[in-house]
Design a protein around this ligand. Structure first.
Ligand SMILES: [Zn+2]
Ligand SMILES: [Zn+2]
Length: 388
């Protein structure tokens, strides 16, 4: 009996493995916590079969866990109910179905819905709702009002959506001014799926709207992203006190977010700087250069983001040394940065500040984070007759 049981157990184990236990591995998103906050990985814009998505709600919980998310919102369209003929559609159902699985996996799930204005003003997300049914109103403004009355956080979705702006450039309409002035628009998607909207980025900074990056996923996530090749879904990194719903909301209201789309981080300078500084170390900040010889500085990047650095503002230092114009600090890797002396007659210790722009950490549209690689160089002069 015992033997049979053991065999059964073994078969079960092997069976489970062969039917895809391998898929049940969480891939952590490696971006450090900063400034005393947790960097909470969130996707606030997700669809299911309860609107025009192709996925049953609880699958979204498993996907979120597997992809390293900490929190997500299901935001089915309030009006677009593609599967109405096949499903009993209650506007809270997708959240309710996804919730037990999400909570069992330790994820925070947020109740939400997507409001289509039916005008050029486009679509709006409302999250942290109490009852989505109250948003099913005739007039779209009433839906937003209902969301706000429930303490909802409202954001403008995909402002450069090609169906509305064929050139992909967002337009700020009178409706947006109206919502904004009423305090009914709190955030804006700077990145939706694989689209980045520089103008939305600019507006977010100017108008103090929370920057969001969401997947707006309709299909199974693994049909859209090559996870095996290191791709990740577009997400919002929320700098929150913890992963709870309340803390995430507090952080969103106070605009502590960074958008993570492809290999790009977009956000306020102070947050991008904190992430970069926390991620990158110079392993040997003291080197010796003999005459025109080279020294190698090792830089380690603990995050998963490949930081793309371009030399900028290092003129003073470049009188004494040459340094690479471009360098990529590969995610979870250590890279050598080679500097070379320019003279055989320089000696003594000097602090060298190599200015770089991190091109893929966008503090403003088209403008990367400025940083410095600081090294103490001990220059050793070459005596006459000794040089090569
Ligand atoms: Zn939409
Ligand atoms: Zn959507």
């Amino acid at each position: 009996m015992k033997v049979i049981r053991r065999i059964c157990f073994l078969v079960l184990l092997l069976g489970a493995g062969s039917v895809g236990l391998g898929a049940w591995v969480r891939r952590e998103v490696k971006i450090p916590d900063v400034l005393g906050y947790e960097t909470v990985k969130c996707d606030f814009h997700i669809h299911t079969v309860f609107s025009d998505g192709a996925v049953w709600p609880y699958v979204r919980s498993d996907e979120a866990w597997r992809e390293g998310l900490d929190a997500f919102a299901i935001t089915d369209h309030i009006k677009n109910r593609k599967h109405e003929a096949d499903l009993r559609l209650d506007k809270n159902r997708s959240y309710e179905i996804a919730r037990p699985g999400a909570e069992a996996l330790g994820l925070t799930i947020i109740r939400g819905g997507e409001i289509a204005s039916g005008t050029a003003a486009g679509h709006f997300n409302a999250i942290f709702l109490k009852d989505v049914r109250a948003l099913d109103t005739e007039e779209w403004r009433d839906a937003i009002k209902a969301a706000v009355e429930q303490g909802g956080f409202v954001s403008w979705n995909h402002p450069g959506w090609k169906k509305q702006s064929p050139d992909g450039i967002p337009v700020w309409y009178a409706e947006h001014t109206e919502l904004y002035e009423k305090g009914w628009m709190h955030g804006i998607e700077v990145v939706n799926d694989d689209e980045y909207y520089p103008l939305a980025h600019k507006w977010a900074l100017e108008k103090k709207l929370t920057m969001l990056g969401n997947s707006d996923v309709h299909y199974p996530a693994n049909m859209l992203y090559e996870f095996g090749e290191g791709e990740h879904r577009t997400m919002t990194l929320v700098l929150a006190k913890d992963k709870s719903k309340e803390s995430i909301k507090e952080a969103l209201v106070n605009r502590r977010t960074v958008v993570y789309g492809k290999n790009m981080l977009i956000g306020e300078e102070k947050y991008l700087r904190a992430i970069f500084d926390e991620s990158v170390d110079v392993i040997n900040p003291e080197v010796t250069i003999r005459g025109k010889e080279e020294a190698r500085i090792q830089m380690r990047n603990k995050s998963e983001v490949d930081f793309e650095l371009v030399l900028k503002g290092a003129e003073e230092v470049l009188k004494d040394i040459s340094a690479p114009e471009k360098i990529t600090l590969y995610g979870e890797g250590t890279v050598q940065l080679s500097i070379k002396g320019k003279s055989e007659e320089v000696w003594g210790k000097k602090k060298m500040r190599l200015g770089y722009e991190v091109k893929n950490l966008l503090v403003r549209p088209g403008e990367g984070l400025r940083t410095e690689v600081i090294v103490d160089v001990n220059f050793v002069a070459v005596e006459k007759g000794e040089s090569k």
